[in-house]
Design a protein around this ligand. Structure first.
Ligand code: SF4
Length: 253
């Protein structure tokens, strides 16, 4: 986003040319006109233009775009070549998120690992392969879901994200969720679950049941990397995914 007020005006004119009539945080603005095809809704996490790291002068643009794909692109542009927290220093690629902007099911993990950092795509390592298996076992394809992380740059040595890093990055995850409006979010592991639910409860206590966050149901479950170390826990995760499928199929309220 531009920082010069004249550029902000140009920026707003650009969106006006797209048919955007204004910007607001009001939920009424988030109603979407038209539903793009599934293929059109799959967002490959567009590369941003080089942007200044300073916060935008304009208000947060809360998806007044014509489609969720456009709205996600706006969030990505606002994130820019982010230096909001110290994790930017060690990253190769920022991992924004990928998948279907119209997804009814979204997975949220903790942060990128080494392979994700290299490719700029979430969940492409061994844990990602396991997540893909879980998604397919649910009768879905990767193109049906959206996948993102709480922090979008790799913590060095795969350490846990620190509170200040989560605080800086999490608003962009919230905006992604706000755009996609999934019926269910599966929080993968402790950090994703604790961040989304604003709790310090251990994952073992909060997994296995839905938690309401706004209009979205959040199902905390174990992270796939935990399942690689503890294969016996796959059974519990599958029980959680069966509950998720029940909601998606409308068999459970
Ligand atoms: Fe920015 Fe998030 Fe990366 Fe920190 S982790 S630099 S807040 S994108």
């Amino acid at each position: 986003m531009p920082t010069d007020p004249r550029d902000v005006v140009e920026h707003l004119r650009y969106y006006a040319d797209l048919g955007v009539e204004g910007f607001s945080r009001d939920r009424a603005w988030r109603a979407r006109a038209g539903t793009p095809s599934r293929a059109a809704a799959v967002t490959p996490a567009p590369e941003p233009r080089a942007e200044p790291a300073s916060p935008s002068l304009a208000p947060h643009v809360t998806a007044p775009a014509r489609s969720r794909v456009e709205a996600l692109a706006i969030v990505r542009t606002d994130l820019g070549e982010c230096t909001r927290c110290k994790l930017h220093k060690g990253r190769i690629k920022l991992v924004f998120g990928t998948g279907n902007a119209e997804a009814r099911l979204m997975f949220v993990g903790e942060g990128p690992g080494a392979e994700e950092d290299e490719q700029g795509v979430p969940f492409v390592g061994r844990a990602g392969q396991l997540l893909t298996q879980i998604i397919k076992a649910m009768g879905l394809e990767l193109e049906d879901v959206y996948i993102a992380n709480v922090v979008k740059c790799r913590p060095p040595g795969n350490r846990n994200p620190e509170p200040d890093e989560i605080e800086q990055c999490e608003p962009f995850l919230m905006r992604q969720m706000d755009v996609i409006k999934p019926a269910v979010v599966v929080a993968l592991g402790k950090f994703a679950a604790q961040t989304l639910l604003r709790t310090t409860e251990p994952i073992s206590k909060i997994r296995g049941r839905f938690h309401q966050v706004g209009d979205t149901r959040v199902m905390p479950t174990f992270h796939p990397s935990y399942l690689l170390r503890n294969p016996a826990a796959k059974r519990e995760v599958w029980e959680d995914m069966k509950a998720v499928m029940g909601v998606l199929r409308g068999n459970e309220k």
